[in-house]
Design a protein around this ligand. Structure first.
Ligand code: SIN
Length: 485
């Protein structure tokens, strides 16, 4: 690891930590990748103050300079794809080919935010009163805080930071303890680009440490105006409560429990291909991974056979290898949850059609879980009520469209849902009836930088991506102007 990768990035400088070390391990090998001295409450308070100062600088940093900064960050990420993808693969266990895809996905958020900022404009609504004009101005909301997850160590920073900078805000990021190294490597890249562009020092920062301590200090600073968080619903609720006293604006991208509905009139090969995309991207460890497979009874066996043959071709192994599609789960707790869901389903009458247990990979850790199909699942099982976050297909059947919609919506979550059919009327009808923020209609990979990503119900608040993502960092102000005739 480079010398700066064990330091925090605060106020445009790399600084040493002063609290208990965060140990970063490779989930595939168990090797210690780094020990990062964490941030104390005092250091976190210093980071919050640096973020507040940088917000003042960013407010005065002209639009075209911001757009240049954001565009160049996207280009710099692409130019550094080799180093970024290796760091990301090593600390998260994401297979290297997929890690490179994440790097490109990350860069696309910078392209999108730059374009959105360039096109953004205020308003001059038609006046109801002859001698009055109303000017609607867009202003940056100020200092922002981002708390990001381990499953997308770079892309979730990009999704939050790019629009923040483009809108003229600063952002202090606390990455997950499992994956701080990609964030710190990106900080090196940011530092170089920001200096070249003459950006205010500290427009972006990274602080690593005990989550409650760091979050408390960052949110306590009077200048902090927004929190954007991606993670569990449980933690999202705690953070929202901390934001409530000062009415800090929140964007919460929380857990999901995505249904994948296959109708008898679907193109089953196409549906199986799309299922592979949503289910096995990062071994099912994404918030939009399909969790419950709802299959119309007449085609259930046929669909499962097609899925099984595709799953048997997945290479389980070292995430550093180009051919690997299934690497280790991120940690022991993730593995234990997947095992518990399989046990619970089998105890309730489900049948393991393929997989169902760990896979031994020579010389590597024991966190590899076989791609699994559970048939005959029921809506009351853990694998249907909770987010499994692993490579498990929980299949159950339905008879009618109404039944499918009711089953799909019968969870407190509302992030992503999928519908597979060739009937255009049904496609739109079901897409409209699903209570989720993202619908994959014959599409197993709906995430893209230009779309307003986000959930409903227990899956959270706010949208990220597209011009909506930029708007989330903008405060509107109107000036009511009397004009003498
Ligand atoms: C997530 O899992 O939180 C994000 C998924 C995505 O951007 O596709």
């Amino acid at each position: 690891m480079g010398p700066t990768m064990t330091k925090h990035y605060i106020g445009g400088a790399f600084v040493d930590g002063d609290a208990a070390a965060i140990v970063v391990r490779n989930p595939a090998t168990d090797a210690v990748l780094a020990e990062i001295p964490g941030a104390s409450a005092a250091l976190a308070a210093r980071a919050a103050e640096a973020n507040a100062q940088a917000a003042r600088g960013m407010r005065a940093f002209p639009l075209l300079k911001r757009v240049e900064l954001v565009r160049r960050l996207g280009a710099a990420i692409r130019a550094d794809v080799a180093r970024l993808s290796v760091a990301l693969m090593q600390e998260s266990g994401k297979p290297i080919a997929e890690a490179r895809t994440e790097v490109e996905y990350s860069a696309s958020f910078f392209d999108n935010a730059a374009a959105a900022a360039e096109m953004a404009s205020g308003e001059l609504p038609a006046s109801r009163v002859a001698d009055r004009r109303v000017l609607v101005l867009r202003e940056p909301i100020g200092a922002t805080v981002a708390i990001t997850p381990w499953n997308f160590p770079l892309a979730m920073i990009a999704r939050k930071l790019a629009p923040a900078l483009a809108a003229g805000c600063s952002q202090m990021v606390k990455p997950a303890e499992e994956t701080p190294l990609t964030a710190l490597l990106f900080a090196e890249i940011f530092d170089r680009v920001a200096r070249d562009c003459g950006a205010p020092a500290g427009a972006f920062g990274v602080i690593v440490g005990d989550p409650p301590t760091v979050a408390r200090e960052l949110l306590a600073h009077p200048a902090t105006r927004k929190l954007t968080f991606t993670g569990s619903t449980e933690v999202g609720r705690i953070l929202a409560a901390q934001c409530a006293p000062r009415l800090i604006k929140t964007a919460l991208e929380l857990g999901g429990n995505a249904p994948f509905v296959v109708f008898a009139d679907a193109d089953l090969d196409r549906a199986a291909d799309q299922a592979m995309l949503t289910k096995f991207r990062f071994m099912g460890q994404t918030c939009i991974s399909a969790n419950r497979f709802l299959l119309q009874k007449s085609i259930a066996q046929d669909f499962v056979e097609r899925l099984e043959s595709r799953m048997r071709a997945l290479v389980v192994g070292d995430p550093a290898s180009e051919s690997t599609r299934i690497g280790p789960l991120v940690n022991d707790a993730a593995l234990a949850k997947v095992e518990e869901h399989v046990r619970n389903a089998v105890a309730g009458g489900a049948r393991v059609r393929v997989g169902g247990s760990r896979v031994a990979v020579a010389g590597l850790s024991s966190r590899f879980f076989a791609p699994t199909i559970l048939e005959n699942c029921a809506p009351t099982m853990q694998c249907a009520c909770e987010e499994t976050f692993g490579p498990v297909v929980a299949a159950m059947t339905f008879e009618t469209e109404q039944e499918a919609i009711a089953l799909a919506n019968a969870v407190p979550f509302g992030l992503a849902g999928y519908v597979m059919t060739q009937d255009a009327d049904r496609l739109l009808r079901v897409a409209e009836a699903l209570e989720f923020g993202v619908i994959g209609a014959n599409d197993g990979a709906p995430s893209t930088a230009e779309a307003p990503f986000g959930g409903r119900k227990d899956s959270g608040l706010g949208r990220e991506g597209g011009h909506h993502g930029l708007d989330a960092y903008v405060d509107l102000k109107y000036v009511s102007l009397r004009v003498r005739a």
